[in-house]
Design a binder for this molecule. Structure first.
Ligand code: ZN
Length: 217
């Protein structure tokens, strides 16, 4: 697991719960959702693990919450242009790894908030994709500087709870979606290794700043 810290293990749902596991579930490839704040966070935080999981046959879906339109030190850059670049870079990085799908919420960078509307939206996407495992930011990481990283971690955790319990947003269930009982969730932080680093290099608009800092990987 490298630098990943597995510190979240969801309790088993009580036997009286309403969820019934699909009898063929063990025959299906494990689905993983990676919920991160910005384009490039997924590669930087768990790209190596993602590559390994895909090699093992897991189906990986990215949920990128913001458009990353602030992450540049190029004074001639505009937010609109940067958002487009970073989305394309994210698509390229996901392609390198073999990620099955991406969803972009395109919230302006730095403006992600721990709020019920965002929680509701992420809950919907978790129920739509039915993952067994979710990777996200650790919102309690000491000195977690970026507000979007803190918010993304809290939102993902709040949405995991909401997605599990059928009384959260019953309108989603009325549309045919089912609650989700995760096997585990994983707080994932910087893990720039092998494929993670290779794919992260696709995100040149942001990572050149790390090059400048001579970050050791
Ligand atoms: Zn980030």
């Amino acid at each position: 697991m490298g630098l990943l810290s597995v510190i979240g293990q969801l309790a088993q749902r009580n036997p009286g719960g309403t969820l019934i596991k699909n009898k063929n579930e063990s025959l299906q490839p494990e689905k993983v959702m990676i919920i991160f704040a910005h384009p490039d966070d997924a590669e930087g935080n768990c790209g190596g693990t993602t590559a390994k999981g895909i090699k093992e046959g897991k189906i990986i879906h990215y949920l990128v919450l913001t458009n990353g339109d602030k992450g540049s030190d190029d004074l001639s850059m505009t937010s609109e242009k940067l958002a487009g670049i970073r989305e394309k870079e994210q698509e390229a990085a996901a392609k390198v790894l073999g990620v099955s799908g991406l969803t972009f919420l395109r919230v302006p960078d730095g403006e992600l908030e721990v709020s019920v509307p965002f929680r509701r939206e992420i809950t919907l996407l978790i129920r739509l994709h039915q993952p067994a495992v979710i990777f996200t930011h650790d919102p309690w990481k000491p000195y977690q500087l970026h507000p979007d990283h803190r918010a993304a971690g809290f939102l993902a955790l709040d949405a995991i709870t909401a997605a599990r319990d059928h009384l959260f947003y019953p309108d989603q269930l009325a549309q045919g979606l089912n609650p989700v009982e995760l096997e585990r969730f994983i707080y994932s932080e910087l893990n720039l290794r092998i494929f993670g680093w290779i794919s992260a290099r696709a995100s040149r608009s942001n990572f050149r700043r790390f090059d400048a800092m001579k970050v050791k990987v």
